[in-house]
Design a protein around this ligand. Structure first.
Ligand SMILES: [Zn+2]
Length: 279
C-alpha cells in the first residue's frame, strides 16, 4: 500500500530499526526494491531524485512507481529525494508522491528555514510528508578537498531550532557521511547522531549509505537513524548482474533483465535484514 514517510518512520524510530530508501530510475530497479520488500515483509521507501531525472523523467517514474506502491502487500512510501526546486517538488506531489525531501541545505540558514517551512505547510495540508537537510551532506567526489569537513556537520542545537521552525517530519544529518563511492572508509560521528536524535526527537536520515560498514548501520540505527538512503550499491549491482548475464551467455536485453533484477534484489535484501525492518 502507498503510505507517507511518517507511516513507516515513526514505527521504525519507536522500534529501533531502519527503513531503506532506494532510488528506482527504471522498472527493474522498482521491481527489485518492492518485490524484495514484499518477500521479506518489510516497509520500504522508493523514489527518485532531482539529479536523476535526466535518466527518467519524473512523470514517467510516477507512472510505474505509484501503482506498484499502491498494489504492494507492504507499506511503500514513494519519496522524491533531494528536491532542489519548488516547482519540481510541486510536480512530484501532483503526480502522487507521498513524501518529498526539499533540500535547501546549500542556502543560507534563514532561507533554508523559510523555504522548507513553506513547503511543509503545503505538503501537510495534502498528507504529504517532508524531509529537510541541515548541515550539508557532500559528495565523495570532493573528498579530501575540504580543510575542515566537520564545519559542514549538523549542529545539534541548530537542528532543534530548524525542526521547530520548519515542522519537518524527518531530518537528514551530515555526520561524516557522503554521497557516491567513499574514497576512504568513512568515520561517522555517532555522538553527534545520538545528541541530535535526543534533542529533536525526530526520525533522522542518513544519506550516502552505500559503502558504510554493517557495524556503522547497526550502531546508527540504535541511536536514532530511522531512514537510510541507498543508491550507489543497487546501481552498481544492476551492472554486475548484467555482466553475469553476459558471461552466462544471455543474448538479449530480455535475457539480461532477470540477472539485473536478481543482483539488485540481493543488495536490497541484505540491507533490509541489516537495518532490521524484515518482518
Ligand atoms: Zn542524499
Amino acid at each position: 500500500m502507498l503510505v507517507n514517510m511518517n507511516d513507516v518512520l515513526i514505527p521504525a524510530k519507536n522500534g529501533k530499526y531502519g527503513v531503506g530508501f532506494f532510488n528506482a530510475v527504471n522498472v527493474e530497479m522498482a521491481r527489485a526494491v518492492i518485490e524484495t520488500a514484499e518477500e521479506l515483509n518489510s516497509p520500504v521507501m522508493v523514489g527518485t531524485a532531482e539529479v536523476l531525472l535526466p535518466v527518467m523523467e519524473l512523470e514517467r517514474v510516477a507512472e510505474y512507481l505509484i501503482p506498484m506502491a499502491e498494489k504492494a502487500t507492504v507499506p511503500v512510501c514513494v519519496h522524491y529525494d533531494h528536491g532542489l526546486t519548488f516547482e519540481r517538488c510541486m510536480q512530484a506531489i501532483n503526480l502522487g508522491f507521498s513524501s518529498i525531501m526539499y533540500d535547501c541545505s546549500t542556502d543560507p540558514y534563514e532561507e533554508n528555514i523559510s523555504k522548507v517551512a513553506e513547503m511543509v505547510k503545503i505538503c501537510h495540508a495534502m498528507g504529504v510528508t517532508v524531509e529537510g537537510e541541515l548541515g550539508h551532506v557532500g559528495d565523495n567526489a570532493g573528498a579530501g578537498k575540504l580543510a575542515h569537513p566537520s564545519d559542514y556537520y549538523t549542529d545539534p542545537d541548530t537542528a532543534v531550532d530548524f525542526v521547530t521552525r520548519t515542522g519537518v517530519d524527518s531530518l537528514a544529518v551530515a555526520v561524516g557521511n557522503a554521497h557516491g563511492d567513499y574514497a576512504f572508509p568513512p568515520k561517522l560521528d555517532f555522538d553527534r547522531i545520538a545528541i541530535i536524535s535526543q534533542k529533536t526527537d525526530l526520525p533522522l536520515v542518513l544519506h550516502g549509505g552505500s559503502g558504510l560498514s554493517d557495524d556503522d548501520f547497526k550502531k546508527a540505527v540504535q541511536i536514532g537513524i530511522s531512514k537510510i538512503n541507498i543508491f550507489t550499491d543497487i546501481d552498481k549491482a544492476g551492472k554486475t548482474g548484467i555482466e553475469a548475464g553476459l558471461q552466462a551467455g544471455a543474448k538479449s536485453m530480455m535475457g539480461l533483465i532477470p540477472y539485473e533484477i536478481d543482483a539488485m534484489k540481493a543488495v536490497v535484501a541484505r540491507k533490509i535484514e541489516l537495518f532490521g525492518s524484515k518482518g
